[in-house]
Design a protein around this ligand. Structure first.
Ligand SMILES: Cc1ncc(COP(=O)(O)O)c(C=O)c1O
Length: 402
């Protein structure tokens, strides 16, 4: 008998429930950063990727509203079929200028950008070497392209080199997150660039969590270490995190961007993002680059320092991270869930991150900070964590070890 697909999926869901791995879809009834209303309760949220608080910035909102008046809501077609509007073109140029690249290409989401660029660059039999903690979309893109995917232990350059050396004559892509989305640490980009250069591989950096946050003018983790387009020919950035809007881009040499516009299927066969969102993103880029962006980054850095200092005083060792992503490792999925639920009872929203998003035994609270947090908000989180530490036993990980 042929196995039933729906029954198999239902069985998988049941197994996830039994292992404490079910994720709950929560509806947020209101939001005013850093506050959310869920189930009628007002919660202080540390679940954001809106690191600069730009999602609700008056300048970004105004740009959106004005552009909706001018352009309407939807783009109504794919970029190549009449959907590419002036706000898209202006935003692409602004993103290229900001990141010091010749050109940029928009995608509707970061997931689509990664899948799109890997599927376009790689062919069956090519080699794709990736950090084990890379975002799922980078792994999926390599698989979709039919490339041979070899993953190396997190930030282990020597292991990456060994994987590249296995097939020295195959075309190869070395791909890494710039800032790792669940650990918050920054990839050893200079070493990876040296390795890519020495082994004739192309380097891709997905800077979803670095753009707007790190580097001169917030130009990202790649700019922070001064790597140009020769060292990092393929730079991915997302717009739905520090820029507070939606979408993503690939920036690089004009030749690459023009070729991707022809062959990245996620770009060719998908409706262009709403032009008004691009207009809002352009306003967000201008804010992020300017002095107000620098002031927001300073507030963010102050919040990061305050949390880390407070946590150290409590003996709560966060994973080593200098970015807004400050994970508190709790080990098993049930502990992470219990801590998240206890925090919620105290009026604080911090999601529990469990497998398959993180490896088994590495479940955690992903504390994400924003410039929208006040010092008092950080203190309130620290107080709540201190209370939990006293009454909730930890199976592992409180000292930062797996
Ligand atoms: C490193 C990284 N790349 C890509 C993405 C996907 O971006 P988007 O949410 O725009 O699809 C994410 C989002 O979580 C991410 O963390």
């Amino acid at each position: 008998m042929r196995p039933d697909l729906l029954a198999r999926l239902a069985a998988r869901r049941q197994a996830q429930a039994e292992a404490g791995l079910l994720r709950r879809l929560r509806t947020v009834e209101e939001s005013s950063a850093p506050w959310l209303v869920i189930g009628g309760r007002r919660l202080l949220s540390f679940a954001t990727n809106d690191y600069l608080g730009l999602a609700a910035h008056p300048g970004v909102r105004k740009a959106l509203t004005q552009a909706v008046q001018k352009w309407g809501v939807g783009a109504s077609a794919a970029h190549l079929l009449g959907g590419h509007r002036a706000p898209h073109a202006e935003l692409e140029q602004a993103l290229a200028d900001w990141t010091g690249r010749e050109a940029a290409l928009l995608f509707a989401t970061g997931y689509m950008a990664n899948v799109g660029v890997l599927d376009a660059l790689l062919e069956p039999g090519d080699l794709c070497v990736q950090d084990r903690l890379n975002h799922a979309s980078l792994l999926d893109g390599a698989r979709m392209a039919g490339a041979e995917l070899r993953r190396y232990p997190h930030v282990d350059i020597a292991a990456a080199a060994r994987r590249l050396a296995v097939r020295p004559s195959a075309s190869a892509l070395l791909a890494t997150d710039g800032v790792f989305s669940m650990d918050g640490d920054i990839a050893p980009l200079v070493d990876l660039a040296t390795l890519a250069h020495g082994s004739h591989a192309t380097l891709l950096v997905d800077d979803a969590h670095g753009i707007g946050v790190l580097g001169p003018d917030g130009a990202g983790s790649v700019a922070a270490v001064g790597l140009d387009a020769r060292a990092v020919p393929v730079l991915v950035g997302t717009l739905g995190k520090a820029l507070g809007t939606q979408g993503a881009f690939i920036a690089g040499p004009r030749e690459l961007v023009e070729a991707l516009a022809q062959s990245a299927r996620a770009h060719v066969y998908s409706t262009a993002p709403p032009p008004a969102v691009s207009a809002a993103t352009l306003a967000a880029v201008r804010l992020a680059k300017g002095t107000s962006g620098e002031a927001l980054r300073q507030r963010l850095r102050d919040n990061i320092a305050r949390l880390r200092q407070g946590a150290a005083q409590l003996g709560l060792r966060l994973l080593p991270s200098e970015t807004p992503i400050q994970p508190l490792l709790l080990g098993d999925a049930h502990s992470a869930l219990a801590w998240s639920q206890a925090l919620e009872l105290a009026g604080i929203h911090v999601p529990a991150i469990r497998p398959p998003t993180v490896p088994s035994g590495r479940s955690r609270l992903r504390i994400a900070l924003s410039a929208a947090h006040l010092p008092a908000h950080v203190d309130r989180l620290l107080d709540a964590l201190s209370g939990l530490q006293a009454r909730m036993p930890l199976t592992t990980g409180i000292n930062g070890k797996p």
